[in-house]
Design a protein around this ligand. Sequence first.
Ligand code: XMP
Length: 506
Amino acid sequence: MNKEALWVVDFGSQYTLLIARRARELGIYAEIFPWNKLPEGLPKEVKGIILSGSYASVSQGPPLPEHWIGQRPVLAICYSAQWLAAHWGGAVTEGTSREYGPALLEVVEKDSPLWMGVPAYSQVWMSHSDTIATLPEGAKATARTQKIPYAAYEIPQSHLYAVQFHPEVVHTEQGETLLKNFLYSICGFSGGWRPENEVDGIISQLRQDMPEGEALCALSGGIDSTVAALLVHKAIGARFRGVFVDTGLMRRNEVQEVLAAYKAVGLPVDLIEAQSAFLEVLKGISDPEEKRKRIGHLFIELFEGVLKRHPAIRYLVQGTIYPDVVESGGSVSSTIKSHHNVGGLPTHLSLKLIEPLRFFFKDEVRALGKKLGLPASFLERHPFPGPGLAVRILGEVTPERIEKVRAADAIFLETLKARGWYNQTWQAFAVLLSQRSVGVGGDHRMYGEVIALRAVDSTDGMTASPTKIPYEVLLEAANRILAEVPDVTRVVYDISTKPPATIEWE
Ligand code: XMP
């Protein structure tokens, strides 16, 4: 536990992660708890509580931890504000349709500490169907909109502040001021929390968690597993056992670049050369799920081999980050994401799982990586799936087809870097389709391969939209691919959003 913390209770709102994010951006360590998995007591470090919104309506939704109200300042958002109104002597009307979108808010109680510095009128973001009809006992209204008279209220003697809109969403113009007022003026946080200042604390915790025995860390070449490994290596030194598998399915020069980066930061990593083993298990396989399954099994076999060679291994290090924890059932707001990360080992191996990044967001992991000495070029690399190019080759994976998609991918990424677009897109890559198409080569018709280019804007990979790369840049990449990659006669650009498409093609 940090020296001071904000607790966020999640009732299933799609915005709960954002609440914690905003608090951390304001320099305050925030932790999320699902409403049905709350800790028993309130440690003294907890200086304030935010109760989230919910997908549910007040009549059917989960109960609030009422016993905490009065013990610490509480900010109740949307559902929570309504639930309190309904259960504390006020009333809520159930709406038949959702009010969703911007609304003009008018502050009516300018002297409230929550509203300091907030102009009389500003835009807020609404997403609710229930509405407060009567305030709870002892409450006074502090803001309204044209549609709802009690857009915000407070019960000062209980240190309870409530808003029916969403201050955590960027579309609420004064959301940051409001959260700042709550956290600093009302709760009295001193602030100054920064992820990079946590490095020493994480390392000493890791030492306590791993008193003896070795730790296996399967590195993928990505940021999360690398930062997790660096922390563990700093904590336990020679007891750290890092492995990196060359699947033969990586991007061009990637294996060398990743190993060089590990070397530069002093991370000892054993290379497992398994290119031919991966080719062997993928031989003749076109079904995407079967490909993933076989790749996953082979990874496990390889790690089991490491465990046999190093019987002192007791721990398995994984680069799980906070959104993964919350999304995979640690919280109720989960839209369960299938965790396709490699490195998961069967439970019968009874290794203790070590996840040093489980309380950090992606950009915070980058900040930790920077502090630990990882170069910017490494930290800015696009995400890459564990099964590698195998899921970017539709149909059978053969050495020739790997080489084609790798060459096209390298040209696309090179072009994006040269034209200043690499860092403006979240992820970009080439896909080799299974369907051939007609083209002309010299003076004869040929039946050539098709390459699809994909570049997406996203913040977490859960949703995505195609990056609006200028036509000239796409044309430049396409022309080079057609000229330089043998047998390719057609290049297309994928303009699908996720959902319904996924980012990868398989
Ligand atoms: P999808 O295709 O599910 O991808 O929209 C979302 C993000 O996850 C990456 N991805 C994977 N990462 N192992 C991984 O480590 C996988 O099997 C895998 N499949 C997809 C994908 O590249 C994108 O960033």
